[in-house]
Design a protein around this ligand. Structure first.
Ligand SMILES: [Zn+2]
Length: 304
């Protein structure tokens, strides 16, 4: 299964030409998870050729407008396009009130089931299983209740090597056990080690999404060792006072978090509209962690 991350919006509070508020799609084969849905997300989807019909799960981190104002529009378009398939929506409890009110005053009765699951920002929570992944929310440290999201692929089992199964005359009823890691003992007492019988699978993958937040130690523990981390880096460190006051992270701090959490790759985003050139932000994060890329709208990352 291919796993890709598509950036639809990499900006913060206000958009600038070419940089929309936050939204991204995690593509797990043919199914997609939409993570945050800033204003203009559906236009970005058209621009980058994404079909809304592939979105099965939507995760909203918090209720600042740059993370969810595109949602009523996207859901309305799904309705107008005749969607029948359910959407599973996770977000802060008041998101349901906002949507219900919008649909009430517009006299819209959605043609598809919208299943809403409230999130909380007190502790780590398992939200759902989707396409072989466990999806968790975890608390971030922002001005209003905010959660990050963690995607952890379930352990992948190896593939049985058919020729070897035949060669050692292994009974079918043992296949499950062998796939799970057991060795085999032949009738004359020879031990056939598991690695002869099973081809190792590609390792499981993990992805963590952190926007918006002040740098926090508890986050470092949750995202420890992930393969890919998307972390906000709204400001350069020269604006640390502004970052602290608004519960945001600087590029330097984002690099330090990636480094302390021992992640493998860092993508920074959620940039203030004051920055047109992203090089200084990327360079600043790279001082602590050099596997870093500054996100731009339309970028695609192949996570595996
Ligand atoms: Zn925010």
């Amino acid at each position: 299964m291919s796993i890709e991350l598509h950036i639809l919006g990499s900006g913060s509070a206000t958009p600038i030409p070419g940089r929309n508020p936050t939204a991204q799609l995690l593509k797990l084969d043919q199914s997609e998870v939409l993570i945050d849905c800033g204003e203009g997300t559906q236009i970005q989807m058209l621009r980058f050729r994404h079909k809304a019909s592939r979105i099965k799960v939507i995760l909203i981190s918090h209720l600042h407008g740059d993370h969810y104002l595109g949602l009523p529009g996207l859901l309305s378009s799904m309705h107008l396009m005749g969607r029948k398939e359910p959407v599973h929506l996770f977000g802060p409890p008041q998101l349901k009130e906002i949507l219900d009110f919008q649909f009430k005053v517009s006299e819209t009765v959605l043609k598809f089931p919208l299943h809403f699951y409230p999130t909380q920002d007190a502790e780590v929570a398992h939200l759902t299983e989707f396409c072989g992944f466990d999806i968790y929310s975890f608390p971030l440290n922002h001005r209003i209740p905010t959660t990050g999201f963690l995607f952890k692929e379930k352990p992948r089992r190896g593939h049985l090597i058919t020729e070897m199964l035949r060669q050692y005359k292994i009974p079918v009823e043992m296949y499950k056990e062998i796939k799970a890691g057991a060795d085999f003992i032949t009738t004359d007492g020879n031990l056939i080690p598991n690695h002869i019988l099973v081809k190792a699978s590609t390792p499981s993958i993990s992805y963590a999404y952190c926007s918006d937040t002040a740098p926090t130690l508890s986050t470092v523990n949750v995202i420890n060792g992930v393969d890919w981390l998307y972390h906000e880096a709204t400001f350069l460190h020269e604006l640390i006072d502004r970052a602290t006051e608004t519960y945001h992270t600087t590029a330097k701090q984002a690099g330090e978090i990636a480094q302390s959490a021992g992640v493998k790759n860092l993508i920074i985003g959620h940039f203030s509209s004051r920055y047109r050139d992203l090089k200084p932000l990327q360079n600043e994060a790279a001082l602590a962690f050099d596997q870093v890329i500054a996100a731009e709208d339309g970028m695609k990352f192949t996570l595996r």
